[in-house]
Design a protein around this ligand. Structure first.
Ligand code: NDP
Length: 307
């Protein structure tokens, strides 16, 4: 029985060490090594390899990242469990990034950067946190973790998800019918949705028109969820005041793209949260143990929902 690691060699070395200690009965191979395909029961990879069908005894396919939109579920054998990455490192980094982004947008850092360029020393009116409503599109693992870190600042918090939820201190909305009411009360919109057919292009002209004038966007989901031209128009017209983007479409964003030089935009190169190999290895091992005990892994993807 074997585990196959199909990603960079440096991370593989860390996984190999942790696996040797925790699951010594499982053979471990990096994809560059010789191995017998029929031995492989577990695979970790970012994309499904072209020759996946030769791993005919595969039981679990782990994504190296928290998203699984890069896989084409219809091409994966039905019995293989597709598992997204759920690990402490990703969660901690996302908490940092969302707090950084919300405070950056709340405390007018883009406007101050612009003033700095002009050598202008001038205070801007800033509402108290209690008067700046922060709303999350998506209320999954990462949004909930980020919300926990934001609570002490005193922002009124809301979130929108597919299914109904009750979370203390968060006004919860769900389903298409409640999206408008959610947006109407959101001054800083944080997108932490998975990319699916339903969420592709969701950040568009119509959605921006439902936000209060001068709202701000923090986008940490996936690039294709955002209509970038609509964002530029919304920023230029003043409908939106600022945006911080960690994801774009395409990635990398081409050097000449108007978003790079837009004074109301901050861009980071998809670094909000990065899988940490030590904690990721522990999480994968825990899921293999669960699977061997007949339990579902944490982060099991519902193929019909696409996340
Ligand atoms: P989860 O699967 O835990 O949560 C997804 C949330 O989105 C759930 O609340 C779900 O609703 C909601 N949702 C999904 N589809 C819809 C829909 N059609 N309408 C309304 N709500 C919907 O995901 P995570 O929190 O772990 O991660 C979210 C995403 O963050 C990832 O898929 C990835 O794209 C992105 N990400 C970005 C990173 C970066 O560095 N920029 C790093 C890591 C992740 P419900 O609760 O009802 O199921």
């Amino acid at each position: 029985m074997a585990f196959l690691f199909n990603s960079d060699a440096a991370r593989a070395a860390i996984f190999r060490q942790v696996f040797a200690r925790e699951l010594p009965d499982l053979e471990f191979y990096h994809s560059s090594e010789c191995f017998e395909p029929e031995k492989v029961r577990y695979l970790i990879t970012w994309n499904a390899p072209d020759d996946l069908s030769r791993l005919r005894n595969l039981e679990m396919l782990f994504s190296t990242g928290a998203g699984v939109d890069q896989f084409k579920p219809e091409t994966l054998p039905g019995h293989v469990k597709l598992v997204r990455m759920v690990e402490d490192g990703i969660i901690r980094m996302m908490q940092e990034y969302v707090v950084l982004g919300v405070l950056t947008l709340h405390r007018e850092m883009l406007a101050y950067r612009e003033q700095q360029g002009r050598g202008l020393w001038q205070a801007l009116a800033t509402p108290q946190a209690a008067d700046r409503r922060v709303g999350f599109l998506g209320l999954g693992m990462l949004a909930q973790a980020a919300i926990d870190r934001l609570k002490p600042f005193g922002f009124p918090l809301a979130a929108w998800s597919r299914s109904n939820k009750t979370i203390e201190g968060v006004t919860c909305f769900h389903g298409d019918d409640q999206l408008g009411s959610f947006l109407k009360g959101t001054d800083i919109l944080v997108c932490l949705l998975p990319l699916t057919e339903q969420t592709s292009g969701i950040l568009n002209v119509q959605l921006f028109s439902l936000l209060p004038a001068g709202a701000r966007l923090l986008h940490v989901g996936r690039g294709p969820q955002l209509d970038q031209d609509a964002l530029i128009e919304a920023l230029d017209s003043g409908r939106l005041a600022a945006a911080m983007l960690d994801v774009t479409d395409p990635e990398p964003l081409p050097g000449a793209h108007a978003l790079w030089s837009h004074p109301k935009v901050i861009i980071t190169p998809h670094i909000a949260s990065v899988t940490q190999p030590h904690t990721a290895a522990q999480s994968v091992i825990e899921n293999i143990r669960r699977h061997r005990a007949g339990r579902n892994p944490i982060g099991l993807v519902d193929r019909t929902l696409g996340y």
